[in-house]
Write a protein that binds this ligand. Structure first.
Ligand SMILES: Nc1ncnc2c1ncn2[C@@H]1O[C@H](COP(=O)(O)OP(=O)(O)OP(=O)(O)O)[C@@H](O)[C@H]1O
Length: 249
């Protein structure tokens, strides 16, 4: 059984088919990527999986537990957390206070998987995200890269089995991207499964084990980075000349 299984997902917005029969799975311990052109349905897929958007058809399971129809906070309590394309920080709070907010979810306080107390998990999470020195600082003083790290830290405080990241590199410098990428890979080495939407392909392809390519709400390819960049459908729909520059062929 895969950790996350998405089967036959359909989502219509009036006349527009945002997702048509989208199926893919993410295995325990994997870093998987979702790529595809603008408007392909990637964020809609995240919104459906995380309970923010109602699904018209299909199923979503996490470790075999059906998620479809559950509310976002219930899904978090099952072990699936996410970040958003646009960072919306809790300005006016200190970093440590912003990390306490997600700690009030049930999974963070009382699930059988949780062995440590909230205070030590926040300290451990801040350390693994490189934010220990910033805990007493105001969120308003963080730079863009640190705000992204804080977003990931907030999701990590809920003790997820799988973390969904929506364009975590967006708007960041090369140096900030390298820091986020190394941090996510370290979290993965500690057992976290990760699913990432990203357009920064050169950086993404270096860190993922598997890529799912979506176009017009359908999966058009799946495989290792080296496999998908050779797929004619992927080159035509999305990569074009970009594929040649990824250094994977
Ligand atoms: N709430 C909504 N109401 C109507 N149409 C929507 C809504 N959300 C998304 N769409 C449409 O669904 C399609 C898929 O959008 P989505 O944001 O999922 O694409 P995406 O692959 O994430 O794109 P990008 O890479 O630009 O972020 C687009 O045509 C978009 O305009």
């Amino acid at each position: 059984m895969s950790l996350l299984e998405v089967n036959g997902l359909v989502k219509r917005f009036r006349g527009l088919m945002a997702l048509s029969d989208l199926s893919f799975s993410v295995e325990q311990g994997e870093i998987a990527g979702i790529i595809g052109p603008n408007g392909a349905g990637k964020t809609t897929a995240f919104n459906c999986i995380t309970g923010f958007t109602a699904v018209d058809a299909g199923s979503i399971t996490l470790s075999g537990t059906p998620l479809r129809g559950k509310k976002p906070h219930e899904i978090v309590n099952h072990g699936l957390s996410r970040t958003w394309q646009l960072v919306r920080p809790f300005f006016g709070m200190r970093v440590i206070e912003a990390l306490y907010v997600p700690s009030y979810c049930r999974r963070s306080r009382s699930s059988p998987e949780v062995s440590d107390d909230v205070e030590s998990r926040i300290a451990r999470t801040a350390e693994s995200l490189g934010l220990t020195d910033r805990l007493d600082d105001w969120v308003d003083n963080l730079n863009q890269g640190e705000l992204r790290l804080l977003d990931i830290a907030r999701a990590m405080v809920t003790n997820p089995l799988i973390l969904l990241l929506d364009e975590p590199f967006s708007g960041l410098s090369h140096r900030e991207i390298a820091r986020i990428s190394a941090t996510v890979q370290a979290l993965n080495s500690d057992g976290l499964t990760v699913l990432i939407i990203e357009h920064r392909l050169r950086e993404l392809m270096k860190m993922v084990h598997k890529v799912v390519v979506v176009n017009f709400g359908r999966k058009i390819a799946q495989g290792t980075p080296a496999e998908v960049v050779k797929e004619p459908q992927v080159i035509e729909a999305y990569l074009g000349r970009k594929g040649v520059d990824l250094g994977l062929a």
